[in-house]
Design a protein around this ligand. Structure first.
Ligand SMILES: [Zn+2]
Length: 104
């Protein structure tokens, strides 16, 4: 499957985090590899899946519907990345939505 890199979703990331995070780094929960967000592998399907370039573990998932976006950062360790706490950004943990909204 053809992938893009993290820079290709810079706009989506800015919506979610409120700033450009492509030069932030995150550590993979599976293999411990640390990479810049801009260097991660991005796959687009129903949503956006961001995978570790080293072991292909899923690091982040984004599902956008209308002008809202659901975010799962469960594959990242200590990235320091915090999604904006606003009404159109919803945080998922392992598929469970923690702010009361159902995943689309
Ligand atoms: Zn990894």
């Amino acid at each position: 499957m053809i992938h893009l890199d993290g820079n290709s979703i810079g706009g989506l990331l800015s919506d979610v985090f409120g700033r450009d995070v492509t030069d932030a780094s995150g550590r993979c929960r599976e293999c411990g590899a640390e990479n810049f967000v801009g260097a991660l592998h991005v796959y687009r399907a129903a949503g956006v899946v961001v995978r570790c370039p080293s072991c292909s573990a899923v690091l982040m998932r984004f599902v956008a519907a209308r002008d809202e976006v659901w975010v799962d950062l469960g594959g990242l360790l200590g990235s320091g990345l915090e999604p904006l706490r606003e009404t159109r950004v919803h945080v998922m943990h392992g598929g469970e939505v923690v702010d009361g909204r159902a995943e689309p």
